[in-house]
Design a protein around this ligand. Structure first.
Ligand code: COA
Length: 454
């Protein structure tokens, strides 16, 4: 399109925006008048009950006399507290992601031989279909790895001999394949981005059968394939912490909504990837990095609470940062006093930050965590407690692992693939009804006008 044409198109779109704005207002007052559960939340902030699940449970408050009482957060996978799960495999000195995947998919901890055969199957499933990288990733690269991941998941349909069969056997095969292939998908999508959009060299590494998920990720995203055992263990822990978060979180729910229509697994999982990409959901880990860069540059003395407070106030007032008014990495729909994932990551981040000489950066993040609730209360006049969520610390941990920012959210997706698949299968097997809430229609009736009368 030449410059004059582009200018004309822009003018036209601008005038269409004016037309849109005139006819598309929805008064916030309607929500109250028609008792609409905005964001599918009840008036007291609790989520509308939309389903039943055995997979994961997120607890951040309890109800007393109908009132929400804040409590320390707990995350439960198939009845097991995630902190106990981590304590268990760490103390027995093994990687935990595959064991967690088994637990979430099948509902029970694997025995040694069950875990061995699950590991073997996953390792055999890692290899991408022949020419997949060439045809589906390199030919149409994306500057955004999540976008490429969603498209790759959808493209898997074409390589599946039985994409529509939703028997349990087939769903489990498809789920395990998606979980096993995700590390290489994101590594190749990232490599294509670096090559085609950043004009760097193209490095494509194959999956390694002898390695687990965390090791494969580090092997595949580094030019020289080198990583330490300690790095792989920390990444494994991050994957475990991100693997599942209940049925109501935005991406799991998106996956369940699509699955309830009877569509195939690739359609449902690619929708979940698209949901996770959003900055209010998994995309927040990348946003935290951007926000911290902004705070680091605007605050001259990182130890000055006063300066940090002023900067956070400007963020909430939409005067700086991305001007969304959000302090990324803070707040949660369910957690009130603490997000257990943030607590665990912060512990590991502290150890690593001291080793890497990044303690001052960590202290600044901790100051953001400490001051955000009072800034939030002050500016928004809202006394609701808000706590740090997992994303406040995950990006910092990835930064210390020398993982590029473009892979922060894709790593979240690689872990959460397990939760999505578990929810997908649960919905297909037990849901039994299409998810179909209602929308109150408020447009006034109008007659059809013939063209010459408009
Ligand atoms: N910074 C600024 N304002 C925030 C906030 C934050 N971190 N968290 C919540 N709020 C505001 C919301 O914008 C909303 O304001 P509004 O009524 O003026 O629109 C109000 O507080 C609602 O809060 P709440 O009901 O607790 O939040 P939610 O359940 O609607 O949203 C999040 C939860 C996670 C989406 C929200 O806390 C958020 O956007 N956090 C920042 C992004 C982030 O870190 N996401 C990762 C989640 S793991």
């Amino acid at each position: 399109m030449n410059d004059t044409k582009l200018l004309d198109t822009n003018k036209l779109i601008h005038s269409l925006c004016g037309e849109f704005a005139k006819h598309n207002q929805i008064s916030p007052e309607y929500y109250e008048r028609f008792d609409v559960k905005r964001g599918l939340r009840n008036a007291d902030g609790t989520g509308v009950m939309a389903g039943v699940t055995q997979i994961g449970s997120v607890q951040g408050y309890y109800l007393q006399d109908g009132e929400r009482v804040p409590m320390e957060g707990r995350l439960i996978y198939r009845g097991i507290d995630v902190e106990d799960l981590i304590g268990g495999f760490v103390s027995e000195n093994r990687f935990g992601f595959e064991e967690t995947a088994y637990l979430l998919l099948f509902g029970v901890l694997p025995t040694r031989s069950q875990l061995d055969s699950f590991d073997t199957m996953m390792r055999e499933m890692r290899t991408l279909p022949s020419m997949f990288t060439e045809d589906m990733i390199l030919k149409a690269p994306s500057r955004d790895v999540m976008n490429k991941l969603a498209r790759s998941v959808l493209a898997m349909y074409s390589y599946d001999p039985d994409p529509e069969d939703n028997s349990l056997e087939n769903e489990l095969r498809q789920a395990m394949q998606l979980i096993a292939r995700c590390p290489i998908l994101i590594a190749h999508a990232y490599a294509a981005k670096v090559c085609y959009f950043d004009h760097g060299s193209l490095y494509l590494h194959r999956s390694q059968e002898g390695m687990g998920t965390a090791e494969n990720i580090l092997y595949a995203i580094r030019h020289d394939n080198r990583f330490t055992e300690e790095e792989a263990r920390l990444l494994d822990l991050c994957l475990v912490l991100h693997a599942e978060h209940g049925g109501g979180n935005n991406s799991a729910f998106a996956c369940r909504v699509l699955s309830s229509s009877g569509t195939d697994i690739y359609s449902a999982i690619s929708a979940a990837v698209g949901s996770l990409k959003g900055p209010r959901h998994g995309g927040a880990n990348k946003k935290v990095r951007e926000m911290m860069t902004c705070i680091e540059s605007e605050v001259s003395d990182w130890r000055s609470e006063d300066q940090v407070r002023k900067c956070l106030t400007r963020i909430v007032k939409k005067e700086t940062g991305d001007r969304s008014g959000l302090i990324y990495g803070m707040g949660h729909a369910i957690y009130t006093l603490s997000d257990p994932r943030a607590k665990v990551l912060k512990r590991f981040a502290r150890r690593l930050a001291e080793q890497k000489g990044l303690a001052d950066k960590l202290e600044l993040i901790e100051t953001v965590e400490r001051l955000s609730p009072e800034v939030f209360a002050d500016v928004k006049k809202d006394s609701k407690p808000i706590c740090a969520n997992v994303d406040l610390y995950s990006g910092f941990v990835y930064e210390m692992l020398n993982i590029p920012e473009e892979l922060y959210t894709p790593l979240f997706a690689t872990a959460r693939m397990v939760g999505w698949c578990a929810h997908r299968i649960e919905e297909v097997l037990t849901g039994g009804r299409i998810i179909r809430p209602a929308y109150k229609a408020v447009a006034p009736a109008q007659p059809f006008l013939p063209m010459e009368q408009r």
